[in-house]
Design a protein around this ligand. Sequence first.
Ligand SMILES: Cc1ncc(COP(=O)(O)O)c(C=O)c1O
Length: 362
Amino acid sequence: MIPIVKPFLPPNDELMPELEEIIYSGYIAEGEKVYDFERRFSRFIGNKYCLSVNSGTAALHIALILAGVGPGDEVISTPLTAEPTNISIKMAGAKVVWADVDPNNGLIDAKSVRSRITSKTKAIMLVHYAGMVCDLNEFNQISKEFNIPLIEDAAHALGSKFNNKFIGDSPNHTIFSFQAIKHMTTVDGGMLAVNSQEVFDKGRLKRWFGIDKTKPRLENDIVDTGFKYHMNNVNATIGIVQLRHIAEVIKKHINNGMYFDKNLNGLSGLSVPTYYKNTEPSYWIYTLKVERRSDFIRLLNQNGIAASELHLRNDKHTLFSESKRELPQLDDFYGKLVHIPCGWWVNSEDRQKIVEVINKGW
Ligand SMILES: Cc1ncc(COP(=O)(O)O)c(C=O)c1O
């Protein structure tokens, strides 16, 4: 079966000696390897304020706090995402306000977001779902107009671009996940990209109990609660080795995604997503809208190709019942949503086969 997701790990003879060295080095906690990983990741993304943490969820939680989100506030978000996007809003004590999605790609819809803004709105959560980039032209404008910060959940979007720059190189708080199945894994881990030294330093305190690691422990005075969210030297070492390969891995995702854009476009019974102006997806997985979805999934499975909806729309969870509202565009999109594999493991024969199987009809 060609899987929808699969972790890329560097070759054994490259990764293992470095991993072995750090594991037995006597220093496996947050240390030089972590700071080295941050510097290298920063260079890759083009933003010097990248703060590593132990998950994408931790990065989201800190990002929300840095944006000033707290109890009683509202954050506008999308139900079409993995649950941590919205769980983190609850972790910050705020209420999730659902916006509808764009029927052409399932991304959070700017018009719908505008209609949800109230005096309680403290942040807007943008999810660059499946590696597709939200309408940042519109959202940056909304952010300026209403003075509301944007948080970009780029857990799926390492290597995606807006205006020729990588996602993460922007004035917004952007988070990445290095969990098992993302473009790049450190087994688990995450990164928060911010826009100034001041915000970076506040984030640094939040990631480790509120203690300032740059000062001697006995000279510290904790003034605000922080968390145990730091990355350690072992995960960071994996990250350092992964970064040598990431450009090549992302390139394979993009080549496959562009192949599907071209070769599935116009087939009857399905539609390929449309992308916003000046955005370039990094195609973590490939998103389609299909008629008779269960028949489509059965056809692909019978031919050794995985296909699935992947995520439960988050508004179905009891946890978010206070946020319940009509979302007609999501109803339509989610009823037809399916993902097919397009990652680094899909070779040119695989992708040709996927198109041929779909072409036969279902
Ligand atoms: C869209 C999205 N946001 C956030 C996360 C959270 O990342 P992590 O699993 O690293 O906490 C994930 C991954 O699970 C995700 O898919």
